[in-house]
Design a protein around this ligand. Structure first.
Ligand SMILES: C[S@@+](CC[C@H](N)C(=O)[O-])C[C@H]1O[C@@H](n2cnc3c(N)ncnc32)[C@H](O)[C@@H]1O
Length: 333
């Protein structure tokens, strides 16, 4: 982190100011390691490899730590040459391309492919994740002057409430233990009239969930050590690839491949064969490894937006399941 970003952080326990001490090594104004101490309750949090850590990496999201460090660049547009992440970020949020002067909060960054997009707007981007995926994000985006990357839990954010102009949270909520509670933790971070944009997987009919979403095998796979499951998925997808190539040519071939546990995006994304295989390994592992996977309905997400008291609510099916948009109420309400 940079010393000048300290004012963006607060104590996750009591919301008081944090003081930076014991800087063990510095690099310009970038702090490689040190300690953040709460001036009020004295809680202390380490900075390790440039990243303030408010949680340990040994938690239910450790599969994502492995996923996003093994595939640190796979879904980056700047790696694939495609515009998949850029297209999704701007289409889904509906935000302008120039947001200089604003503060954006990204909740659950994974490898940081959307951090890259948010940073391009010129806004100050604060991005965090529960897992050690933050290390992949730091490697790609941490050098940028307008990016602060933190490891934290969305239920205990070390960030100022009522402060952010915009907040997005893509593909995260269904992977938390209590999806409603996770959702409701987001709106308080926005300043009056601030924009919220989330997406969450949509619940399909039971047999689709069972066959195409791997529900029949997840009770086993989600308990496997991530590195063991990853090795199995890697070998399996590579072995199945020639067969999946033929199946993909059939009507509903993509869905048949998913039922066979190969996340095959041929015909969906315009990527090279090698990249499609990389995406298949990444997304098959994602499907089978997430400890929690709790898709929702449009009605439920709509209810949560209303419960949070947001204005201009729009909830609909979209790119990654269900998309929801809303605005924090004006200050005088
Ligand atoms: C499917 S990934 C999505 C990553 C990224 N948003 C993307 O779309 O590429 C879900 C991410 O949510 C993170 N996550 C899960 N629970 C979280 C929590 N309580 N607080 C913050 N992040 C969390 C995981 O670590 C994981 O990186």
């Amino acid at each position: 982190m940079r010393e000048c970003h300290l004012s963006l952080l607060v104590c996750p326990e009591c919301q008081a100011t944090l003081a930076l001490s014991q800087i063990e090594s510095g690099d310009g104004d970038r702090v490689r390691s040190g300690t953040l101490t709460c001036v009020s309750c004295q809680a202390a949090f380490p900075i390790i490899d440039h990243i303030p850590r408010f949680v340990s990496s040994d938690n239910y999201a450790r599969n994502f730590g492995l996923e996003w460090t093994r595939h640190a660049r796979t879904q980056y547009d700047s790696h694939s040459g495609a515009t998949v992440s850029e297209g999704r970020f701007f289409k889904e949020t509906g935000w302008p391309r120039d947001l200089a002067g604003e503060h954006i909060l990204e909740v659950g960054s994974g490898s940081g492919r959307f951090t890259e997009q948010a940073a391009k707007t010129g806004a100050m981007v604060v991005s965090f994740d529960f897992s050690f995926a933050v290390e992949a994000n730091y490697a790609s985006n941490g050098h940028k002057a307008n990016v602060l990357i933190v490891q934290a839990d969305l239920l205990k954010m070390p960030l100022r409430r009522g402060f952010f102009d915009k907040l997005y949270c893509f593909g995260v909520l269904q992977h938390t233990p209590d999806v409603r509670r996770s959702f409701l933790s987001l709106p308080p971070m926005l300043k009056p009239c601030g924009d919220l944009c989330v997406d969450v997987y949509s619940k399909k009919v039971w047999w689709v969930e069972l066959l195409v979403k791997g529900r029949w095998i997840r009770p086993l796979t989600r308990h496997l050590p991530p590195h063991v499951l990853y090795a199995l998925v890697n070998r399996y997808v590579r072995l199945m690839w020639p067969l999946a190539t033929q199946i993909n040519k059939l009507p509903l071939g993509m869905h048949i491949n998913l039922a066979l546990l190969v996340a095959d995006y041929r015909g969906h994304f315009d990527l090279s064969e090698e990249m499609l295989k990389e995406w298949a390994i990444l997304d098959t592992f994602d499907l089978l490894s997430a400890y929690y996977d709790q898709p929702q309905t449009v009605q439920t997400l709509q209810q949560w937006f209303e419960e949070a008291g947001l204005d201009d609510i729009r909830v609909h099916l979209g790119f990654n399941g269900i998309e929801g948009h809303g605005k924090a109420p004006q200050a005088d309400r």
